[in-house]
Design a protein around this ligand. Sequence first.
Ligand code: AMP
Length: 414
Amino acid sequence: MTEKFKAPRGTFDVLPEQQSVRRRIAEVARRRLEAAGYGRMDTPIFEDTNLFARGVGESTDIVQKQMFTFEDQGGRSLTLRPEATASVCRAYLEHGMQQLAQPVKLWTDGPFFRHERPQAGRYRQFTQINAEGIGSDSPLVDAEMILLAHDTLAELRVPDVRLRLGSLGTPATRAAYLDELRDYLRSHERDLSEEVVARIDVNPLRAFDADHEGTRRVMDGAPTLLERLDQADAEHFDAVRRLLDRNEVEYHLDPTLVRGLDYYTRTVFEFECERLGAQSGIGGGGRYDGLIEQLGGPPTPGCGWALGVDRVALALQKNGGDGVKARIGVFVVAEEGERDRALNVVTELRRADIPADLDLAGRAIKGQMKQADRVGARHALILSADAKATLRDMGSGEEREIDPATLVETLSSR
Ligand code: AMP
């Protein structure tokens, strides 16, 4: 028996009927970003493995477990990009964008790859739209970015969106805080769940998410990172919050918000759609003031986000579909002997930018009319052997004879 092929685990095909919602998401984001001065750029789908090891962070799940890494014929280690920020920052340095007026505002979109455990909303190849603002540490950048993501999701009418906002401070503040939190947890070990105790060293922040009664009581009194921010970071965060308030963006302060990438400093945020269940994160980002330096550049602040197109599409579908159907303007129905003429007519219409289609499967007239209905054609144009043409309004059923020579003119005016 011959083998039957399937799309690789964790990947999927995007079928024609699923295109319009994705196109709309990309289109709304593109329009909003470009209207705000963000320039599109594309980076390669694969990069030097070290870029991500250094950029995303050696200790992250992404680098430790999730990268699709391969060796090319020349023995170089390459990796399918798991995220965009490291690549965009590499490009910023490679093209000397420090010389441009700062901040440099860039956006991109395309496929990304992570070897994750596949489930609804979590794939090994997924699509993101990314925005980055590099070269300014002003809280205005953080606020502008959050506003752009917020307004994009609002225009798309993604239902039940929640924005979680936090600040991580500097890496030094964070490290000191985590030590303090570990000490606090150890001093309350008796009241914590076994699971939390087992993770005190690796991930003490997890304790904040626990359902365990005793753990929750302990965590009510635990110190939070937001309380430990130094003065400059606290002021920066206050400014971001003030700007969001002034622009009527609702957010929930989340002192335990951590993101899966090492490079974040100061502001972090995540957009969630509760309707999506376990994989509710539809976008997220934050500030990465140390990243460019880590990649060998001069100290350069930056801020960015990624929206998950697949999940936004899922959220919109759960909301009752995207409401956009590809429409054929005219379906040309041909009597036997008129089929060649049908292609002429369709070509003429298409060249005049009128979406047109014809039967390519030898259907009888009745079958062709059915097909016209199936493709959602607004009109059927019936070509009969006497060189006549009848235009039928598929909605009302109204028919009238028309002169084929004036076809384009007649249809353009509708
Ligand atoms: P991240 O780069 O991890 O901050 O992710 C940003 C957004 O990309 C998330 O909020 C998700 O919407 C989306 N995303 C990340 N990983 C995946 C995945 N494996 N499958 C589908 N979407 C993803």
